[in-house]
Design a protein around this ligand. Structure first.
Ligand code: MN
Length: 228
């Protein structure tokens, strides 16, 4: 293929146990998927239908790299999340078949310019400037489901400078992984390379330059990065 300008590189993640990488196509994110986080954001955590937003694939920051504090914000928050990596695409995927579409799992941070998101909410505007900025999606290496299975429970945690900020369990997800995949696939045709950030537990808070963020999901993996 010949292009008139240089084609952009394919964003990708390392995969545990192989030198081959996982190419990232789209990044879907689920909102308000832990009841305690919905409450801390001022919402009623009743089981309303899940809602989604997206980040660009090139917003990925790999484990160990620095997170550059983004411009135009004074309130950048961490949101620690389990990430689902889709290996087989589809639409209208039934709940009972959803896990068969999963290649593996990772842990990631849905970094958020909370002040811009709050302004967008107030004005009835899209969330993109709050959620989809450059480097807004730090993500660990992927571990294949063939190795670890499909985690339905397990601690999810985040420490900032060694101090615990977020601590919950995957069993507290409002919409579990198969339900989330099934619902998302009614709205979009999922494809290999898609990532789904599955929502964050309570404890989101601001970061500042110099902070070291270290988080993980027991049985899946960890991520560590510095805010610069
Ligand atoms: Mn989130």
């Amino acid at each position: 293929m010949e292009y008139v300008i240089q084609a952009p590189p394919v964003p990708s993640l390392a995969v545990a146990g192989t030198k081959a990488r996982f190419p990232v196509r789209r990044i879907y994110c689920v909102g308000r998927n832990y009841a305690e986080h919905a409450r801390e954001m001022g919402h009623d955590p009743t089981r309303e239908a899940p809602f989604f937003f997206l980040k660009p694939a090139d917003a990925i920051v790999t484990d160990g790299a620095d997170f550059p504090y983004p411009p135009m914000s004074k309130d950048v928050h961490h949101e620690m999340e389990l990430v689902v990596a889709i290996g087989q695409g589809g639409s209208n995927i039934p709940v009972e078949k959803a896990l068969g579409h999963v290649y593996g799992y990772a842990v990631g941070l849905d970094m958020t310019r909370r002040d811009l998101q709050a302004e967008a909410k107030k004005m009835g505007r899209p969330w993109d400037t709050g959620k989809a900025f450059d480097a807004s999606a730090p993500c660990s290496a992927i571990v294949p489901a063939a190795k670890i299975g499909h985690p339905g429970k397990g601690a999810i945690w985040l420490k900032v400078n060694g101090e615990t900020r977020q601590s919950s369990d995957l069993s507290q997800l409002v919409w579990n992984i198969p339900e989330m995949i099934a619902y998302l696939s009614t709205l979009f045709t999922l494809a290999p390379g898609d990532l789904i950030f599955s929502g964050t537990p309570a404890g989101v808070a601001a970061v500042k330059r110099g902070d070291v963020l270290e988080g993980g999901v027991d049985g899946v993996g960890t991520i560590k990065l510095k805010v610069v």
